[in-house]
Design a binder for this molecule. Sequence first.
Ligand SMILES: Cc1cc2nc3c(=O)[nH]c(=O)nc-3n(C[C@H](O)[C@H](O)[C@H](O)COP(=O)(O)O)c2cc1C
Length: 263
Amino acid sequence: MLLPRKWYSAINVRRSRRRYDKSKPIEPVKVEKLHTVCADFRPFSGVRVEFFPEPPDDIFANAFWFYSMIKNAPAFFAFIGDTSDDHMQEKMGYTGEGIILEATALGLGTCWVALSYRSKSAMSMMKLSATEKLIAVSPVGYATDVITFEEKAITGFGANHKRNPLSTMVSGLEQAQWPPWVRYAVEAARLSPSAINRQPWNFRIEKDSITVSVKSPGMEFNVSKRLDCGIAMLHLELGVVNQGVQGEWELLKQPDVARFTIK
Ligand SMILES: Cc1cc2nc3c(=O)[nH]c(=O)nc-3n(C[C@H](O)[C@H](O)[C@H](O)COP(=O)(O)O)c2cc1C
């Protein structure tokens, strides 16, 4: 499946939403589209996203962190990965973010949740094979039109949505020598969501390629930084494709994650 252009536009619109409008169910035609994109967007083996058109109230009930209080969502996504695959985390981030951006393009709110949700409760609603694990979930639905004071407080009054300057995350070729596609790629990648907004990525620029790597390897809050880097991979590629340039990914070993080389 070619990456749709509407996903690139959705990058600027998407933000994590944690309050949903009970009075606005997702229309059947959009429910169908969400099922379809989950079935069709499977660029890698070993990972999948499932859409559940039922309220995830139990999954987010009594969450022990104020940060993750999600209310009134009518449906959710489950991000499922095969733990026997060494590249599962980055594949999961890439694939999952495609589904998130499709939902965004449909006018729906989402929020990656990998830290504080009731995973046992979520897993009781799905079938996993012996090697599969639930990596994260996301509510999906119409978010409230107005971002309430409560939701603003959860996001540190916008601080959790802020991104570091580009200069702190790029290395390699001097910016003055970048071809135009590089700027679009890294600007789109910079806007990627990450757990607790940690932005754990570095982008090494060469003439024909960009290598994504983890700044300081390891887990933090029990969530792999390679998952965040996978999300950045999709954003990066959307930035490149938007410039009419094509390329392909090569998955790499720690601390590198993957290299995108243009054709
Ligand atoms: C892998 C991942 C895990 C996340 N886990 C949680 C979570 O457990 N609870 C939560 O409320 N938000 C979670 N978030 C949302 C981030 O806090 C949010 O993406 C980040 O602060 C950037 O804000 P933005 O998405 O509005 O741009 C997660 C995001 C990612 C990418």
